[in-house]
Design a protein around this ligand. Sequence first.
Ligand code: FAD
Ligand code: UDP
Length: 389
Amino acid sequence: MPQVTLNTAIERSQDRAEGYDYLIVGAGFAGSVLAERLATGLGKRVLLIDRREHVGGNAFDHLDEAGVLVHRYGPHIFHTNAQRIVDYLSRFTEWRPYEHRVLAQVGEQQLPIPINLTTLNKLYGRDMDPTQAEAFLKSKAEPVESIRTSEDVVVNQIGRELYETFFRGYTRKQWGLDPSQLDKSVTSRVPTRTNSDDRYFTDTFQMMPLHGYTAMFEKMLDQPGIDILLQTDFAKLDPQLRYAHLVYCGPIDEYFGHRLGRLPYRSLRFEHTTVDKEQFQEVAVVNYPNEAVPYTRITEYKHLTGQRHPRTSLTYEYPCADGDPYYPIPRAENAELYHRYKALADEIPEVTFLGRLGTYKYYNMDQVVGQALALYKHLEQAEQTQGEE
Ligand code: FAD
Ligand code: UDP
């Protein structure tokens, strides 16, 4: 990958009247995809910076001390329904087919989540078929007139008992808020089924980059027009560095010095550990909805990567308020504050905000790739129009 020092970047930016065509802040999916497209598709000169010491953003993976491939920022499973996003990423990686399955620890049992026929039969000691399960859930459901919150949407569908067993504790831990204080879109991510499909996702494409995410990013970014500068915070950049456009994939409120107040983000503390056995748990992720357990889930990476190794590495996720911003928090008051920042952003056309933090959206990886490709298309069209004038 074409890494440079700050001095080289400054020198290169002064070679031409306008400096770099683009400075992109954040080398996650948003910034890296856009950098690749601008450099390869439009022949632009791009400086991509990140304050971390690596590219890949939250999807970064690496070999830990034991030699096991782990994800530093928690489990990342690629899934999408969009063929064009798979086609695009396939330029930089081969894939390993992988369908994600998750179990929830409920008392002494580990039950499939999303709730499905097997979950219901095991939890209630029954032997229902899908039609009976549907009737059973209907009898449990407690209709809510106006469905607004993450509590409403679940209680309306499956009733309070199952809601409390699988959703309330997990959500309170994950977000530091009761589900009744969160937008319905949050728990709506997890469906309920009455068949025995126990996959976490039902997307058409579900797979993992064969050699990992970091290897995919390195190939994506290995382009002549891209310079990469790591361990560099935008806020502390040398003013001598010249560039024509800025694309900012960090938190939008931070860019504006929090002048309208702080946008809340939820953080996580990751506890990484390696154990001396070949396999620790039955599936890649086990969720702990019980509020008395301080972590939300344990991930065992070898299930995701297919790696064979005599030991196995795990990550425990402990949600917290302070730390790196991992999750925008979907609720009306935050959306309102974001829109006030967006209005400020709209006044500065030379700066574009992108990605999960830049647009304050609870996006999956494929959605961020789609957002970056859409921005590229827009920039490409603008360039063509300019050329015609
Ligand atoms: P990020 O990956 O956050 O990248 C932003 C980058 O900008 C960071 O590297 C940061 O260091 C840098 N930056 C910020 N501010 C500055 C600054 N001022 N100066 C320099 N650099 C800066 N998605 C899925 O599709 N499947 C999953 O299974 C999945 N699991 C997830 C699990 C967890 C625990 C988390 C937190 C997210 C998960 N996601 C998953 C979502 C996925 O991580 C995001 O969709 C994706 O990584 C967002 O890419 P991004 O480029 O927008 O942001
Ligand atoms: N959720 C839950 N119990 C679970 C799994 C998920 O209550 O066993 C809720 C929780 O609020 C979580 C949300 O559903 O934040 C979305 O879950 P997902 O697995 O999509 O979260 P992510 O992988 O983005 O952290």
